[in-house]
Ligand binder design. Structure first.
Ligand code: PGA
Length: 253
């Protein structure tokens, strides 16, 4: 485990209502005590857009940041029925937005569209949690590395504010399935993503890269042994305060 800042990001997906604030409250209470041990980590909860303002106004601690799970590519307002822009998210209190999630890619989001969304989010000073990952079929065909390279290259412009982008490696076959990659594969993939990003964008420092896909309070101990992993994007398990808290506790055990 390195001393670098670690991220525990919750992706609530289509879950939650006003009463779900109790989840945030419990995580917040845990966090106030646990962070005294000087562990360097950050919690971001990406909740449905309908709840951001309510949660933001009830939250007392700044130790937890709120994020959204997608946005429209147009940054302000316009004739886009049912859509929410990055500036709208910013105004209700979001600090981050997840973009390129495979559940949205599977509904037709292309790399070109994701590129426009990333540009829009960055223009409104939102941090971007950019998801990449190969499908089961691509993995079988040995295409993992080329898929990841393409997803990065096609969605992030060279002149972007790269320090506002966090990459989340989420193999599509691991999301919500209980399956996770092998340690050796993860080490290779994380090194590849970091080196490739540095090469493409000619940056001095390595990017922050999270792992996502069936992370739970048990398997997190295995992931904690891989120093290249800078944190986690947690779906199902982030809908329970206990599971989410146990993930953080067990990571540092
Ligand atoms: P999961 O979801 O943890 O439920 O697999 C992860 C994600 O979709 O971000």
């Amino acid at each position: 485990m390195t001393n670098k800042l670690k991220y525990f990001v919750g992706n609530w997906k289509m879950f939650g209502d006003f009463t779900s604030f109790k989840i945030i409250y419990k995580i917040s209470q845990f966090n106030t005590n646990f962070s005294k041990f000087q562990r360097k980590y950050k919690i971001i909860l990406c909740v449905p857009s309908t709840l951001i303002y309510f949660f933001e106004s009830k939250m007392q601690s700044r130790l937890i940041s709120l994020g959204a799970q997608n946005c429209h590519h147009h940054p302000s307002s316009g004739p886009f029925t049912g859509s929410i822009s990055s500036s709208m998210l910013k105004k209700v209190g979001a600090e981050y937005v997840i973009l390129g999630h495979s559940e949205n890619r599977s509904e037709g989001e292309t790399s070109l569209l994701i590129k426009k969304k990333i540009k829009s989010a960055l223009s409104r000073n939102l941090g971007v949690i950019f998801c990449i990952g190969e499908t089961q079929q691509e993995k079988k065909r040995g295409k993992t590395f080329s898929v990841l390279r393409n997803q990065i290259k096609k969605s992030i412009e060279k002149k972007s504010r790269l320090n506002k982008i966090i990459i989340a490696y989420e193999p599509v076959w691991a999301i919500g399935t209980g399956k996770v990659p092998k340690i050796d594969d993860l080490k290779k993939i994380f090194s590849f993503i970091k080196k490739e990003f540095k090469k493409i964008y000619k940056t001095k420092s390595l990017p922050t890269v999270l792992y996502g896909g069936s992370v739970n309070e048990v398997n997190v101990s295995m992931f904690s042994q891989i120093s290249q992993i800078d944190g986690f994007l947690i779906g199902g398990a982030s809908q329970s305060s206990k599971k989410f808290i146990d993930i953080i506790k067990n990571y540092y055990k």
